[in-house]
Design a protein around this ligand. Structure first.
Ligand SMILES: C[S@@+](CC[C@H](N)C(=O)[O-])C[C@H]1O[C@@H](n2cnc3c(N)ncnc32)[C@H](O)[C@@H]1O
Length: 296
């Protein structure tokens, strides 16, 4: 019998300037497929690879790699079909390029659900402006802002990800020495920049759901208002904050209320607060909440 999932279709490429997107998504069956320029990275809820994907991949993909979702983040995906990927490779998104590495554990280089947010940052940043990207991972938002002429500061706990960020800059013809990177707890860096009187035209906040910080812990459902407040204190007048939360525990309304109250507690007013959608192929569960907040 044909599996129910086969009745679902693959999502089309989002455009000529993008060759990485979520090509297949069946939350009910627990199957998620990300397409990285023809290399499929399959994640499943079950411990078994769904074999029907091999027939779906014919003529569309050149290789399939697979990892059960609850395997330790450090587990590299297993080769299942097609060409073997031994090295990192570049993909295109919104015209920018990013290195993908299937061997890197955690994630493979970019979170595809942030595509529209990266585009928004690229469109909003401009020459002569400054953008601070916190919890930056491989610096996707920094690359987009820098391609638009902004001077960026990228903050992450991990040196590996900061180095990956600079590799992404170079891949895009951007000079890393024209930009700044800071390693360590992003919340401490936000406070330090506040004490130093530094101001940014835009700040990206995309923390993990839970993180150990220098002093204690951070969780998106309890601590976002305070994070938004610390960020608001260092945003220029009419500057923006992109606030993201990847959690089921916060409703969109609660998240918006936390962010807006955090900004107000910092003594700033909110000119506008827009809810940004996930890319259309991430249909169904709106787990990623994103707000574009313009601050007075
Ligand atoms: C959800 S990912 C961010 C994704 C990224 N914004 C993007 O769109 O590609 C979380 C990142 O936060 C970093 N991180 C976790 N806790 C941190 C902390 N306290 N300070 C700075 N970075 C942290 C991790 O190393 C990881 O790169």
């Amino acid at each position: 019998m044909q599996p129910k999932s086969l009745l679902k279709t693959l999502s089309l490429s989002p455009g000529n300037d993008t060759n990485a997107w979520r090509i297949f998504h069946d939350a009910e069956a627990g199957v998620w497929v990300d397409h990285f320029d023809g290399r499929w990275l399959v994640q499943t809820r079950a411990e078994r690879f769904p074999d029907y994907l091999k027939s779906m991949a014919q003529g569309v993909a050149r290789s399939i790699y697979w990892r059960p979702r609850d395997k330790s983040a450090a587990t590299a995906p297993e080769h299942v079909w097609g060409e073997i990927v031994t090295e990192r490779f570049p993909v295109k998104e919104n015209g920018a390029s990013f290195w993908i590495d299937f061997g890197s554990g955690y994630s493979s280089g970019i979170f595809l659900d942030q595509r529209l947010n990266r585009r928004r940052v690229g469109k909003s940043a401009g020459a002569g402006e400054t953008v601070l990207n916190t919890f930056a991972y491989t610096g996707g938002f920094s690359v987009m802002a820098a391609r638009s002429g902004a001077t960026t500061t990228t903050a992450d706990l991990s040196k590996t990800y900061l180095d990956w960020t600079w590799d992404n800059f170079t891949l895009n013809g951007l000079e890393p020495d024209d930009h700044f990177g800071v390693k360590g707890d992003a919340i401490e860096w936000l406070k330090t920049f506040g004490r130093q009187g530094r101001r940014f035209n835009g700040v990206v906040l995309d923390p993990p759901t839970f993180s150990r910080k220098k002093k204690g812990t951070f969780s998106t459902d309890k601590d976002y208002a305070s994070l938004a407040g610390i960020a608001a204190a260092i945003v220029e007048e009419k500057g923006w904050i992109l606030a993201c939360a990847n959690t089921h525990r916060l409703s969109p309304a609660q998240f918006q209320s936390d962010v807006v109250s955090g900004v107000k507690q910092a003594g700033r007013s909110v000119i506008s607060c827009e809810r940004l959608p996930m890319p259309p192929e991430f249909h169904g569960d709106e787990y990623l909440k994103s707000l574009w907040v313009v601050v007075q």
